[in-house]
Write a protein that binds this ligand. Structure first.
Ligand SMILES: Nc1nc2c(ncn2[C@@H]2O[C@H](COP(=O)(O)OP(=O)(O)OP(=O)(O)O)[C@@H](O)[C@H]2O)c(=O)[nH]1
Ligand SMILES: [Mg+2]
Length: 501
C-alpha cells in the first residue's frame, strides 16, 4: 500500500504543487509548552510532567531547529493581556503545528483572570484566524497559596491529542508554512529589495556621472571665458597705466634737461621704456600662468613670446635751420639794440671813454644775443623732446596693447584646445562608465524577468495548493477524522486513558 510509505497530505499537495519539496521538519512526539517571558511556562511544564509522565513535555530550548512538536501549549500570564510580540512567540512555536491549547497562568494571584482570558482570546483571534478554535483555560501551576489548578488544561490537551485528525492537521499546517514560504521566495526573487536598491543606486550613479561631465564641461568653458576676459582687461589696464606714468615722469624730467644733458637723457628714456616693457611682460606671464594654474592647465601652455620696445626714431633736434637763422637774426637784432642803447648811454655819461664803452657795449650786446639764441634753442629742444616722449609713449602703449591682446589670445587658444582634449577624455571615461552601468542594469533586468517568469510559472500551482491546504485545515475541524492518522502520542494517551478513567 502506497499510503504506508507516503503521507496522504504529501500526496495531495505534491499533486497540486509538485515543484515545492515537502516540509523539511521532523515531527517529534512531544508537546511544546511555551509563552512570553516570565508568563509561567516552566512552572506549567513542571506540573504537566508530574501529572502526565506518559507524555513528553518540552520547552522551546529542548527543540532543535527543524523539529516540530505534535501540540503547543501556549502559556500567557494573567497579569496583563497579550501584546503583539507575545502573539509572535506563538506564531514561531506553532509554525508547523496546528494543535494549540492556550492557558492563562497564575490565576490564583489575579482575580480578574477571566477578563484577561477573554481579552487574550479576542486578541489572538484578531491576530490570525487560524487561532479561532483554540481552547483557552486557566491554570495555576505554582500558586502562592493553595494547591495547583491544571485540570482544565489537561482536559483540553487530552481532547486535542485524541483528535483523530491531529497528525493530518499538523502536516497540513507544515505544508501551509512551506507553501507560504515558497510563494514569498518567488515574490522576493522578483522584487528583491537588494536588487531594487542596487538598480536604484546604478541609475543614480548613471545620472550623476552624465551630469558631472556635462556640468564640468560648461563650468570649465565659463571659467576659461571669464578668466581670459578678466586677464585681458587687467593686463590692458596695467600696460596703459605703466605707459601713462612713465610718460608723465619722463616729461617732467625733460622739462629740466640741459642742452648738454640731452644725449644722456635720451639714453635714460630708452632705459625707462625698456623697464616698462619688462614689467608689463613679466605681468603678462605671471597673470596668464595664474589663469592656467586655476584652470588646471600646465603653465607652460602660456604663450612665452617676449614684448619688444617699439622702434621710434630719435627726436629731430638738429633739423631746424630756418628757425635757427630766425633766432640768430632776432637775437642779433636785440643784441645790437642793447649794444647801441648802452653805448649811447655810456657816451653821455663818460665821453672820455667812448671807444672803450663801445667795445664793452658790443660785447654785452653779443652776450645777450648769444644767450637769447641759446635759451630759445634749449626751450625748443625741450619741446621737441617732450613731443617725442609723448609719441614714444603712445607707440609703446599701442605696442603693449597689441602684445597683451596677442598673448591673451594665444593663451586662450592653447587653453581651449587643452580643455577640448579634457572634454574628450571625460567623454571617453563617461562612455566607459555608462557602458559598465548599462551592462549591470541589463543583467539585473534579465535576472528579474527570469525570476518573474519562474514566479508566473510556479505561483499559480503554489497558491492553488495553499488554498487547498487552508480549505482542508478549515474543513478538518468538522471532519470525522481520517482513519489511521493518529500519531504515537495520541495512541499513548488513548491507551493510558482507556481503563483508568
Ligand atoms: N502566583 C503564581 N505565581 C506563579 C505561578 N506560576 C509561575 N509563577 C511565578 O512566575 C514567575 C515565573 O515563573 P516561570 O515558571 O519561571 O515562568 P517562565 O515563563 O518559565 O519564565 P521564563 O522562562 O524566565 O520566561 C516565578 O516567579 C513563578 O514563581 C502561579 O501559578 N501562580
Ligand atoms: Mg522558563
Amino acid at each position: 500500500m502506497t499510503g504506508a510509505t507516503r503521507d496522504p497530505v504529501d500526496e495531495l499537495v505534491g499533486a497540486l504543487a509538485p515543484e515545492v519539496p515537502p516540509p523539511a521538519i521532523r515531527r517529534r512526539d512531544v508537546v511544546l509548552v511555551t509563552g512570553p517571558w516570565l508568563a509561567g511556562s516552566s512552572s506549567v511544564v513542571a506540573l504537566l510532567r508530574e501529572r502526565r509522565p506518559d507524555v513528553e513535555f518540552v520547552e522551546s530550548d529542548d527543540l532543535r531547529p527543524g523539529q516540530a512538536p505534535v501540540a503547543v501549549v501556549f502559556v500567557a500570564s494573567a497579569v496583563a493581556p497579550l501584546t503583539d510580540s507575545d502573539c509572535a512567540v506563538l506564531d514561531a512555536a506553532a509554525a508547523h503545528t496546528d494543535v494549540v491549547v492556550a492557558a492563562v497562568a497564575k490565576i490564583d494571584a489575579h482575580a480578574n483572570w477571566r477578563d484577561v482570558l477573554d481579552e487574550d482570546r479576542r486578541i489572538l483571534d484578531a491576530h490570525d484566524e487560524r487561532y479561532r478554535g483554540v481552547p483557552w483555560v486557566g491554570v495555576a501551576a505554582a500558586p502562592d497559596l493553595g494547591s495547583p489548578r491544571i485540570d482544565d488544561l489537561l482536559a483540553a490537551l487530552d481532547a486535542a491529542l485524541l483528535d483523530p485528525s491531529l497528525q493530518r492537521r499538523n502536516r497540513l499546517r507544515a505544508w501551509e508554512f512551506r507553501l507560504i514560504d515558497a510563494a514569498r521566495r518567488h515574490r522576493e526573487a522578483v522584487e528583491s529589495p537588494g536588487r531594487a536598491a542596487r538598480v536604484a543606486a546604478l541609475q543614480a550613479e548613471r545620472t550623476e556621472a552624465a551630469r558631472a561631465v556635462r556640468v564640468g564641461k560648461s563650468e570649465r568653458a565659463v571659467a576659461l571665458r571669464s578668466q581670459i576676459q578678466q586677464a585681458r582687461l587687467q593686463l590692458s589696464y596695467f600696460a596703459r597705466n605703466r605707459c601713462a606714468s612713465v610718460r608723465t615722469e619722463l616729461q617732467e624730467d625733460a622739462a629740466e634737461v640741459t642742452r648738454r644733458g640731452v644725449p644722456q637723457f635720451l639714453g635714460y628714456v630708452e632705459q625707462r621704456m625698456s623697464a616698462v616693457v619688462g614689467e608689463v611682460d613679466a605681468g603678462i606671464v605671471e597673470h596668464l600662468t595664474d589663469v592656467a594654474v586655476e584652470l588646471g592647465v600646465a603653465p607652460d601652455r602660456v604663450a612665452p613670446a617676449r614684448v619688444s620696445v617699439p622702434a621710434v626714431g630719435r627726436p629731430p633736434l638738429k633739423s631746424r635751420g630756418l628757425e635757427t637763422r630766425l633766432m640768430v637774426l632776432v637775437g642779433g637784432g636785440f643784441g645790437l639794440g642793447v649794444a647801441l642803447s648802452l653805448s649811447r648811454l655810456f657816451a653821455d655819461l663818460a665821453p672820455g671813454w667812448t671807444v672803450a664803452g663801445a667795445v664793452v657795449c658790443t660785447l654785452i650786446g653779443v652776450a645777450v644775443a648769444a644767450w637769447m639764441v641759446g635759451t630759445r634753442a634749449l626751450l625748443l629742444d625741450r619741446a621737441v623732446i617732450d613731443r617725442w616722449i609723448g609719441e614714444r609713449a603712445a607707440a609703446l602703449r599701442s605696442s603693449l596693447d597689441e602684445a597683451v591682446a596677442t598673448r591673451v589670445l594665444a593663451t586662450e587658444m592653447a587653453m581651449t584646445s587643452v580643455l577640448a582634449h579634457q572634454v574628450e577624455v571625460d567623454n571617453a571615461r563617461l562612455a566607459a562608465d555608462l557602458n559598465r552601468i548599462d551592462v549591470e542594469l541589463r543583467e539585473h533586468a534579465a535576472a528579474r524577468s527570469q525570476a518573474a517568469a519562474a514566479r508566473d510559472a510556479a505561483l499559480p500551482s503554489v497558491l492553488a495548493a495553499l488554498t487547498r491546504v487552508r480549505h482542508e485545515l478549515s474543513a478538518s475541524g468538522s471532519d470525522e477524522g481520517v482513519a489511521g492518522e493518529q500519531n504515537d502520542a495520541v495512541s499513548v494517551i488513548a491507551a493510558q486513558q482507556g481503563p483508568g478513567r
